[in-house]
Ligand binder design. Structure first.
Ligand SMILES: Cc1cc2nc3c(=O)[nH]c(=O)nc-3n(C[C@H](O)[C@H](O)[C@H](O)COP(=O)(O)O)c2cc1C
Length: 193
């Protein structure tokens, strides 16, 4: 067994994006991270995902646009919640949108399987960031599910946001959180008699 790898996987913990500071990955490191991120199980080798990068230059404009969209919401409380949440888009030096480009009409590979592969990309991104000395958080938020926001952020018709992965240097040590009761999650199948 690889003790270091098992040790990492056993203790992996997300550090909140608001606690991820400079530096973020440089161009070469980012490429290495994205290379790992795309090395995921992918039924049919469709690569049904892509990335949109939000770095220092573009993130302020993204927040401005998301705030504008948030301000059009009819409900006052929801409007305020969305405006507040939009500010979090600039947490961490780099934000990577993982976009599912899954094709519902694919003749062989079900949509669900293609979408699961996008989730695998997000998790691999977390591992890849960590392997390069950074930390990362997988987030969504209202702007991941709002059509106008999705269009504004560069998603094309039919695409879906799998996650925004915020990457930076941790400003705090990880803390533990409750984990599910493993035994409650395991069933042993038996044939009906
Ligand atoms: C698809 C997806 C979306 C998520 N969106 C959010 C979010 O919007 N806000 C949030 O606080 N955590 C969100 N999380 C949870 C965090 O990524 C993370 O799992 C959590 O902060 C800590 O868990 P960990 O330390 O086991 O990674 C999301 C997780 C997944 C899988």
């Amino acid at each position: 067994m690889d003790d270091r790898l098992a040790g990492y996987l056993k203790t992996r913990r997300t550090i909140p994006a608001a606690q991820l500071g400079e530096p973020g990955p440089d161009a070469d490191t980012l490429r290495a991270i994205l290379t790992i991120a795309t090395r995921v199980p992918d039924h049919g080798k469709l690569a049904p995902w892509r990335f949109i990068l939000f770095d220092a230059e573009s993130r302020a404009a993204a927040v401005e646009g998301l705030t504008r969209i948030a301000e059009t919401h009819a409900d006052e409380a929801e409007r305020q919640r969305r405006v507040q949440k939009a500010k979090g888009f600039v947490d961490a030096p780099l934000v990577i949108a993982v976009v599912s480009t899954a094709d519902p009409g694919h003749p062989k590979i079900p949509l669900w399987e293609q979408q699961l592969s996008a989730g695998a990309v997000c998790l691999n991104l977390l591992h890849a960031a960590q392997a390069h000395g950074f930390s990362a958080q997988w987030l969504t938020g209202w702007y991941a599910h709002d059509e106008e926001a999705a269009r504004f952020l560069g998603l094309k018709e039919g695409e879906r946001l799998a996650g925004f992965v915020h990457i930076g240097t941790p400003q705090m040590p990880p803390t533990e959180r409750d984990r599910p009761d493993l035994d409650a999650l395991i069933a042993r199948w038996q044939p009906e008699r």
